[in-house]
Ligand binder design. Structure first.
Ligand code: HDL
Ligand code: ZN
Length: 428
C-alpha cells in the first residue's frame, strides 16, 4: 500500500495549480444585463455607470439626507460624485460593490493612491467603446456573455426588429417576466404586435404565445428562456403564470430544446423610491420547481434562488432531478462569503454538475471585478476539495484540473443546454 503522505503535494503547490487552471479557463458568463455594442447607449460602461450601479445607489442612500426624488433628478455625473464622496472618501469602500469598483480600476491600470475621479473620468471618455469591450472581456477572462433580452423593452425591441450584425461574444436569452407576471398588459402588447391572442388563456391564445416565443427565440438566437419569480411562485396553480408555463413555455422549450431558467425569490419594489435598487428578497417555496422537474422530465430547467436559506433545499433538488441545472450566486448572494458557502455546499452535494457563478453585470467593466472576486472564492473551495483527494493518494493531473475548471466556467451549462432528454424510467 502506498504511504499516502508521500503523495501529498504541498497545498501551496496545489493551490498554484488550481489557480492557474481557473485563471486560464475562458468563462462563458450565462447571465448578465450587458448589451451587444450594437445597442449603443444600452451598453453601460465607464466610471459614472460603475458608480451609479444600483447596488451602490442602495448603499449611498444610507448616508444621503436628500429625498430620493432629488437624487434621481441629478445628472448621472453628480449622482456618481455623491457615491464617490460618501462611499469611497467619507467611508472606506469595504462593501463588495465598492471594493469591486476599485478592483476594476486597479486592473485597468489606475493608481488609486491618487483617488482622482476627474482623471479617471477623462480616461474613460477617451476610450473607443468597441476596443474597450474586447479589452474588458479579455481582462476579465470572459469568452462570452449572455445578455438579458426582452421584447417588452421599448428601447431594446426596435434594435432587434431593425436587425444588426451580432458581436460574436454576446449571446442572447429571452426574458419573459412581463409575459408571465403581467399577462393583462402583455396580452395587449402581443395583440398590438399582431399575435392572435386575447386575455383568455384558451388554445388560440396559447398558440399565439408560442408563436411569439418562437419568433423572438429565432430573432435573438436565444439560448434559453428566463424569468424571475416572486417567493410565492406556485406550480401547478390556477394562476395565469402557471397556465402560460404549462400551455406555452414548456411546449415551446420542448420543441426547441431550450432550457427554461427560473429565478425565484425576488420581492420587486420593496422600496420603490430606490427604483432598480428597491427590490428585495424572500424565502421561496421550491415545491413549484420540484413539481415542474417531476412533471416535465424532458424539459430542461435552470434555477438560481435568491434567498440564502433556499440553497440547501435547491441542492437536494439538484440531486433528485437530472433535468435541473443549478447556477449562480445571484444578486444579494454575490459576495465572497456566500459564494464560498454555496460553492462548497454544491460541490459536496452535486460534484461538478452545476454552474457556480454568473456575473449579473450591468456595467461592462464590472465583469473584471465580479469574476476576479468570484474566481478567488471558487478557487479556495476547489483547493480544499482537491487537497482532500490528494491526501488520500488521488493524483490530480493538470489536464483534469483544466477539465473541471472548464466544466464549472460554463461547460456544464453548455452541455446541459445541448442535451436532449428522453423519457427516463428513473423519472416518476
Ligand atoms: O432580475 C434579475 O435578473 C436581477 O439580476 C435584477 O436585474 C437585479 O436588478 C440585478 O441586477 N441583480 O444583480
Ligand atoms: Zn439579473
Amino acid at each position: 500500500m502506498n504511504d499516502s503522505s508521500s503523495l501529498k503535494p504541498s497545498s501551496s503547490a496545489l493551490a498554484r495549480r488550481v489557480r492557474e487552471a481557473l485563471r486560464n479557463t475562458p468563462i462563458d458568463d450565462i447571465h448578465t444585463h450587458l448589451y451587444d455594442p450594437a445597442f449603443g447607449e444600452l451598453l453601460l460602461w465607464g466610471i459614472d455607470d460603475l458608480l451609479t450601479y444600483h447596488y451602490l445607489v442602495a448603499e449611498v442612500f444610507r448616508y444621503l439626507d436628500i429625498p430620493a426624488a432629488t437624487f434621481w433628478s441629478l445628472p448621472k455625473v453628480r449622482q456618481a460624485e455623491l457615491v464617490w464622496e460618501h462611499l469611497f472618501k467619507n467611508h472606506s469602500p469595504l462593501s463588495e460593490a465598492c471594493r469591486g469598483v476599485l478592483t476594476t480600476l486597479n486592473a485597468l491600470g489606475f493608481d488609486l493612491r491618487k483617488r482622482d475621479l476627474p482623471s479617471i473620468r477623462k480616461w474613460f471618455a477617451s476610450q473607443d467603446p468597441n476596443k474597450h469591450v474586447d479589452r474588458v472581456l479579455d481582462l476579465a477572462g470572459v469568452r462570452t456573455v449572455c445578455m438579458t433580452n426582452s421584447p417588452f423593452d421599448d428601447l431594446e425591441r426596435p434594435v432587434w426588429e431593425k436587425g444588426f450584425r451580432r458581436h460574436e461574444r454576446f449571446k442572447a436569452a429571452l426574458r419573459i417576466d412581463p409575459l408571465l407576471l403581467d399577462w393583462p398588459n402583455a396580452s395587449r402588447k402581443l395583440y398590438q404586435q399582431g399575435y392572435s391572442v386575447s386575455r383568455t388563456l384558451n388554445t388560440r391564445t396559447l398558440t399565439g404565445v408560442r408563436q411569439f416565443l418562437n419568433d423572438w427565440s429565432n430573432r435573438m438566437k436565444a439560448g434559453f428562456l428566463m424569468v424571475s419569480l416572486p417567493p410565492n411562485f406556485e406550480f401547478p396553480a390556477k394562476t395565469e403564470c402557471a397556465q402560460l408555463i404549462s400551455g406555452a413555455v414548456l411546449p415551446h422549450c420542448q420543441e426547441t430544446g431550450q432550457p427554461f431558467a427560473l429565478m425565484p425569490g425576488v420581492k420587486r419594489g420593496v422600496n420603490p423610491a430606490l427604483q432598480l435598487a428597491g427590490d428585495g428578497v424572500g424565502l421561496s417555496k421550491l415545491d413549484g420547481i420540484a413539481n415542474l422537474c417531476a412533471a416535465h422530465p424532458t424539459n430542461k430547467f435552470a434555477v438560481t434562488a435568491l434567498a440564502r436559506e433556499n440553497q440547501h433545499e435547491l441542492c437536494v433538488l439538484g440531486r433528485k432531478f437530472r433535468n435541473l441545472h443549478i447556477f449562480g450566486c445571484w444578486w444579494f448572494l454575490n459576495t465572497p462569503s456566500l459564494i464560498h458557502e454555496m460553492t462548497r455546499m454544491r460541490i459536496e452535494l452535486m460534484g461538478l454538475s452545476f454552474t457556480p457563478q454568473h456575473s449579473d453585470a450591468r456595467v461592462l467593466d464590472q465583469l473584471i471585478y465580479k469574476w476576479r472576486h468570484s474566481r478567488s472564492a471558487i478557487e479556495q473551495v476547489l483547493v480544499e476539495k482537491y487537497s482532500s483527494l490528494a491526501e488520500v493518494g488521488w493524483t490530480l493531473p493538470h489536464s483534469e484540473l483544466k477539465r473541471d475548471a472548464a466544466t464549472l466556467m460554463g461547460g456544464e451549462f453548455n452541455r446541459f443546454s445541448s442535451m436532449t432528454l428522453k423519457p427516463n424510467t428513473m423519472s416518476p
